[in-house]
Design a protein around this ligand. Structure first.
Ligand SMILES: NCCC[C@@H](N)C(=O)NCCCC[C@H](N)C(=O)O
Length: 259
């Protein structure tokens, strides 16, 4: 899994504003309303404790400040602990956090101390980005393409299959494809079939994974992936809308998921 860099989180507010207006235009619904429908509840006055974690590659300079910005932008009270790691965990609980947010290099979690709910960023991200793709107003199809069946892609493909979509997927890893076909009934995407999709959920850490043969004339690509899976030339040639943002959308889904 590719780690975020401080540059990815530069002007997070502008990145979020742009993707939020795209979401509203292409789905007809605001991101927070989609989350309310998905998880069945609205955010209240939960207090979010954000704990910097030094494990592995260590602190990403603007990661916790970005989480604080997101919590506050959603109308929640938030604070970043003075201490890191276990001391920070202790401080967050002592200072009355209802929800904890913390991430090392392998797992990024939200934990609601009041109701015990726990979610990972990869599950919540897979669910929200696949949900956005599936709500494309100009589609009219039940077929959706998932590119990448790693932790994020699989969570999204599972969510779409459970919603009754006709899910096609591709991944270079044969085992991932077989697992998803067996467990959630996805169909393998074969370019020889020349099937074109108006809804694409891309969840890979690679660039340019989306080829011209995959997409319909009018298409929505929804992806948390960094770098972008949609090549410039393909996006320019077709009427493609792109929802892509590094952190805000996924964290919004996490917070709604644990309330
Ligand atoms: N959709 C977001 C996925 C984030 C994930 N790819 C990542 O970079 N995780 C590493 C976060 C490390 C945070 C660091 N330990 C800190 O606390 O500053």
């Amino acid at each position: 899994m590719a780690l975020l860099t401080p540059e990815d989180l530069d002007n997070l507010s502008a990145q979020f504003e742009e993707s939020e207006s795209t979401i509203e235009r292409v789905t007809g619904t605001r991101l927070t309303d989609i989350c309310k429908e998905l998880y069945g509840k609205d955010l209240g006055s939960e207090k979010v404790g954000i704990i910097p974690i030094t494990a592995g590659n260590g602190i990403i300079s603007n990661f916790t400040s970005s989480l604080l910005f997101i919590a506050q932008r959603l109308g929640l009270e938030g604070f970043i602990t003075q201490h890191t790691d276990v001391a920070g965990y202790y401080e967050a609980i002592r200072d009355g956090a209802d929800i904890l947010l913390m991430a090392d290099d392998h797992l990024f979690i939200a934990h609601n101390l009041r109701n015990g709910k726990l979610v990972t960023n990869h599950e919540a991200t897979g669910i929200i980005y696949s949900e956005i793709a599936s709500r494309f107003k100009d589609s009219g199809s039940s077929e959706i393409l998932v590119i990448g069946l790693g932790r994020v892609g699989y969570a999204g493909a599972k969510h779409l299959a459970e919603k009754g979509f006709d899910v096609y997927a591709c991944d270079p890893n044969r085992d991932f494809l077989d697992k998803a076909a067996h467990e959630i009934g996805i169909k393998e995407y074969c370019k020889e079939d020349r099937k074109k999709f108006s809804m694409v959920f891309e969840a890979t850490p690679n660039a340019n994974t989306i080829t011209e043969g995959m997409i319909a004339e009018r298409c929505l690509v929804s992806t948390p992936g960094i770098p972008c899976g949609l090549p410039q030339e393909v996006g320019g040639k077709y009427r493609v809308d792109l929802v892509m943002e590094p952190l805000f959308i996924g964290v919004t889904s996490m917070l709604y998921s644990v309330i």
